[in-house]
Design a protein around this ligand. Structure first.
Ligand code: NDP
Length: 256
């Protein structure tokens, strides 16, 4: 097996590519010579990023408008990615939102919004790509972006934690069913990384306290996700499916 090839020539679709972790993974994939489809609602950002990616080494980069809370938009996005590259090798199911606040203060609309994007959107995208790979007989790879909050809990993010626990179990359930179609399904469970989803939080007293509970005493740098991401997205993990890998500075093993 040539591990050096990494993502070279691979066709990858990344949801939530307009900021944070998704935009970062798009740059990593570009540096490794992939064809990158960038999907999100803010297409102005995607277009700007697409230009950057080609200069960085992407074989090609295609911005695609996507709202993961809309099933038709998901189907259209997947079809556009396949059309643009003549096929698809990897899906990175990354789009996500959080609605913070005490569970008792959350509305039904808050709960539904989080589930629509973080759980239903991830499911529908995985199923759409899974059907494509089954119907074409091509192998595929799915990397779901879960969270350490899918494995343990924290205050003020209950609906988010519920949705991410669903992503963890979905990863295992789909890995079991998709293996016969040569489709691998794994997940990353990041700890805390500064992006728009948690903007400003790490400078608050609660944020500083939280960082103090991380065994490594700091939040992660996005570049520290690169190795685990490349492992799961590439053939380096070709005998792995149903795995959930935490990348969290030891946060999950913090002392009780
Ligand atoms: P950002 O807020 O920076 O990025 C979220 C992305 O999701 C954006 O690109 C946004 O694009 C997209 N998105 C949100 N709603 C939709 C929608 N309805 N349809 C399509 N795209 C949507 O946060 P992060 O980069 O941090 O988050 C990325 C993933 O990583 C999420 O799943 C998050 O839960 C997870 N994660 C993040 C951690 C962290 O510490 N940052 C820790 C653990 C997990 P747009 O608004 O343009 O549609």
């Amino acid at each position: 097996m040539d591990l050096g090839k990494g993502l070279n020539g691979k066709r990858i679709l990344i949801t939530g590519a307009s900021s944070g972790i998704g935009a970062h993974f798009a740059r990593v994939a570009a540096r490794h010579g992939a064809h990158v489809a960038l999907a999100a609602r803010r297409t102005d950002r995607l277009e700007q990023l697409a230009g950057e990616l080609v200069e960085m080494g992407a074989q090609s980069a295609r911005p695609i408008e996507l709202d993961v809370s809309d099933g038709a938009s998901i189907h259209h996005c997947r079809a556009q990615a396949v059309e643009a590259f003549g096929g698809l090798d990897i899906l990175v199911n990354n789009a996500g939102i959080a609605r913070e606040g005490a569970a008792l203060d959350q509305t039904a609309e808050d709960f539904d919004a989080v589930m629509d994007v973080n759980l239903r959107g991830v499911w529908l995208m995985a199923i759409s790509c899974g059907r494509h790979w089954r119907d074409t007989g091509q192998p595929g790879v799915i990397v779901n972006i879960a969270s350490i909050l899918g494995l343990r809990v924290g205050s003020g993010v209950a609906s988010y934690a519920v949705s991410k626990a669903g992503v963890v179990q979905m990863t295992k359930a789909l890995a079991l069913e998709f293996a016969r179609h040569q489709v691998r399904v794994n997940a990353l469970a990041p700890g805390y990384f500064e992006t728009e989803i948690n903007e400003g939080f790490f400078n608050t007293p609660a944020g500083e306290k939280m960082v103090g509970r991380v065994p490594m005493r700091r939040i992660g740098d996005l570049s520290e996700l690169d190795g685990p991401f490349l492992l799961l997205a590439s053939d380096a993990s070709r005998y792995m499916t149903g795995a959930v890998i935490p990348v969290d500075g030891g946060h999950l093993v913090s002392s009780l």
